[in-house]
Design a protein. Sequence first.
Lengths: 425, 149
Amino acid sequence: MRFFASRTHFHHPLKRISRTHALTASRLARSLAAAACLALTACGGGGGGSTATTPTTPVAVNNTVPMMVDSGPAAASGVINQPYVSVTICAPGTTTCQTIDHVLVDTGSYGLRIIAPGLLDPSISLPAVQTSAGAAVGECVKFTSGYTWGSVKLADVKLGGEVASRLPINIVGDTSATFATTPSACSSGASNLGTVAKLGANGILGIGVFKEDCGNNCASSPASGQYYACTGTTCSSTSLPLVQQVSNPVAAFPQDNNGVILVLPSVPAGGLNSVAGSLIFGIGTQANNAFASETVYATNNVGNFTTTYKGKVLGSSYLDSGSNGYYFPDSTIALCSNSTGFYCPAGALSLSAVNTAADGKTSSTVSFNVENVDSLAAAVSAASVGGTASSNTFDWGLPFFFGRRVFVAIENAGTPKGTGPYWAY
Amino acid sequence: MRIIVPLFLLSAYCTTACAALGGAPTDFGTKDSGRQVRVLAASKAGSNYSINESTLSSGTVVREYVASSGIVFAVSWTGPIMPDLQAVLGKHVDALNTEAAKKSRAGNSQVSVNRPDVVIYSGGHMRAYEGRAWVTSELPTGFTADDIQ
């Protein structure tokens, strides 16, 4: 019954937007650019700054893009609780663009990553980010269970009416010869996650609380297993200045750049086949991104706060839209026989935990449900499910975002409720 | 020729330390020239062991719990960049990759192995990864998984 009531309402707009091959003469790209120019009072980046003679009311940029939770790109299977948006990337300063659907919205990472093989249009020539010595920059990203390897290139990144110009992005699985061999320090002991099937997405849009993916840790000296200087077919570990690192596009927007709000409807017991919400840019910058009754929870310097669950203080806890469940340690809940790492209680569990800001100023109880993953209908792509985590972590994955507006404020960015990094909900 | 080089490097690495969890402590120095190491003595419920704490060039800290027999019975890591899991987990890394590959639902934020012989948790997010693993049969008397920091 719950399924029927909800199914009838959902459309799949993202599914219809397959890759747009907006090549050199694409009308679509031109119209997009034209729309952006109309909206941006300073379009052109300094070309005609002296033309404004009388003050005019700034036209608000479209700061919202649709965000969907659905079954993912065609090459993926078994996807659950993954929120997606479409992202347009363009060769800098041109209308040669490509719109890529099903890019994972991830508050647990920073920067845009696109899977290249079979997806990225090679006719969109993106300039390489280079070291001071002229070597092409490569990047390894080691996730908890695997790695991605690719290049770093510059692109204009467009989300709704917002544009991040000449932003360093990560081209995962770059097919050029320079990046053909993955450095051993990157791949050692890990499997390659840099495919659409493994990620369940065509890319990752990292819009968490930080600007750069690595930050100062990679700027001062080479950090093993992150940035590489590549010449010919040889890559060696290198440091990289902050401005050249793969970075959160939101922080690079001319406006609405202090954070984001993720908005998703609630999901009933049994789950839903798809969910439609929105990703809003900016906090307190437009009518649609003002605070209502949300409370601010500051994070520490690595993006964590504290969750207390069943009397245990879990000091490395966080909100992560890129995690597909509530992940927390509880040895009393039965594990699934099919879905490795997930909990499969006999009946849905009603649980609670207390979140406390890293600065200790705010604290509140969160109630949540954990359903049996293996009992869900196969078509369900959004549900309140959970799984195991290390003894110091509560990973509040996507189910936490259902039925909420979750604010993500970027480090050092000013907002009506203080300076980031923080979450508010 | 491309194949020979990595194999040679791997064999050279193994002659010094090809063990990690379940074997001798890892010498990260062969792979990470920037690492710093300190050894701490510890005991729990009458069992003596030591902790080899390596701070890698990435800033990530790896702690290896070494029994008096010289065997690493537990390991943890915490920091901005994931460590080389082959170096940290040794032969048990295969269990982690097998479990990760078995996932019927896409999702890579948390990976765990819960087998009678070995338990592994790997989690966290960009700039803040952490994990821990232990060999159940090698835990000293009185030492529990909660003692891994």
